[in-house]
Design a protein around this ligand. Structure first.
Ligand code: NDP
Length: 301
């Protein structure tokens, strides 16, 4: 299958691309930097820096949309929030415009979203794909991102929205947490009762790969393992996986100072349940946190 990917040079894309190549897909990577994409993937892919480089007669069969400014990279000022939104909506809208322009419609668009769709919350409510939302900034961002992607349906494209949880793998969110934990300075955040819905990178990649070719997948899916945990449990498991104590509690006020409104992502959370994936009989390779963390953190022989 000929597949166009945006955001392929990011954390998820770096794991996804080799997997798709193993499955003999022909990949076109849309990146802002040809040298970055080439440096990562060599000559095994085609790189474009502008969608105008795709000819209307090209038969792109699948599109995977992962592009967006890093969510937890910087303090959230009003300008940063605007950039987080625009970098996602504009890329997604450009992909839908491409779909309109192509003479032969792609079969599928798999488009990024996040569990932030349900809003940042402090309750224990378990959320399936029809779960109740809190109408805050993260909900608005994900909602607009999803609504833009769904416009491709008008051209006969099957659209899958991947409401992704905290992806655990080499790099990503864990690489931000580990330095403090390795020094024995890790600990629960604020009250520690907020939920953390996570997914192992191998499951994330496998699900995207499955959605490309299996026609049964359409609409919104929670990409989270069935075993969401509280921040306190996550802290305990992470500290135990690297054999360190985790005595230091991180005060909410400190995070607010460092991350601005972005601290809400850590101080609150979402208890998300992957109901539609389980209904589709997807078997998670890493359904529980301990096995996921051990796989990522223990060196393989
Ligand atoms: P990364 O931040 O690692 O990479 C995203 C990619 O998007 C970058 O490599 C870059 O590609 C592109 N990008 C960055 N800024 C911009 C911009 N201003 N305009 C256009 N493109 C930009 O993301 P992940 O791989 O971690 O995640 C992929 C998607 O999944 C993201 O949208 C993210 O929000 C979402 N997600 C990720 C989660 C996680 O835990 N990792 C959790 C929930 C959702 P290039 O430089 O090649 O153009």
């Amino acid at each position: 299958m000929k597949v166009l990917i945006s955001g392929a040079t990011g954390f998820i894309g770096r794991h996804l691309v080799p997997r798709l190549l193993e499955h003999s897909h022909e990949l076109v990577v849309w990146s802002r930097s040809e040298s970055k994409a080439r440096g990562l993937f060599g000559d095994s892919i085609k790189v474009i820096t502008d969608l105008s480089q795709i000819d209307s007669g090209d038969h792109i069969e699948g599109i995977i949309n992962l592009a967006g400014e890093g969510i937890a990279d910087k303090r959230w000022s009003d300008e940063r929030k605007q950039l987080l939104l625009e970098s996602r909506i504009e890329t997604t809208a450009a992909l839908v415009d491409l779909v309109k322009r192509l003479e032969c419609n792609p079969d599928v668009l798999i488009s990024g979203s996040a569990i932030g769709y349900y809003g940042c919350r402090s309750d224990d409510l378990e959320l399936n794909e029809r779960g109740e939302v809190v109408d805050d900034y993260t909900h608005q961002l994900c909602k607009q991102w999803e609504t833009t992607a769904l416009k491709a349906q008008a051209f006969g494209v099957r659209v899958c929205l991947i409401r992704t949880g905290i992806v655990l793998g080499e790099g990503g969110a864990l690489s931000k947490m580990l330095p403090a934990f390795r020094l024995g300075l890790g600990g629960p955040i604020a009250r520690g009762t907020q939920w953390m819905s996570w997914i192992h990178i191998d499951d994330q990649v496998e699900i995207i790969n499955m959605m490309l070719s299996q026609l049964q997948f359409a609409g919104a899916y929670n990409l989270t393992a069935p075993g969401a945990v509280t921040n306190e449990e996550f802290t305990r498991e992470l500290a135990s996986a690297i054999n360190r104590p985790a005595w230091f509690r991180v005060p909410a006020a400190m995070l607010e100072l460092l991350l601005g409104d972005g601290s809400e992502l850590l101080i609150r959370g979402q208890r998300v349940y992957p109901e539609r994936l389980l209904e589709a009989n997807y078997k998670f390779a890493f359904p529980d946190l301990a096995s996921a963390l051990h796989q990522v953190l223990e060196p393989s022989d």
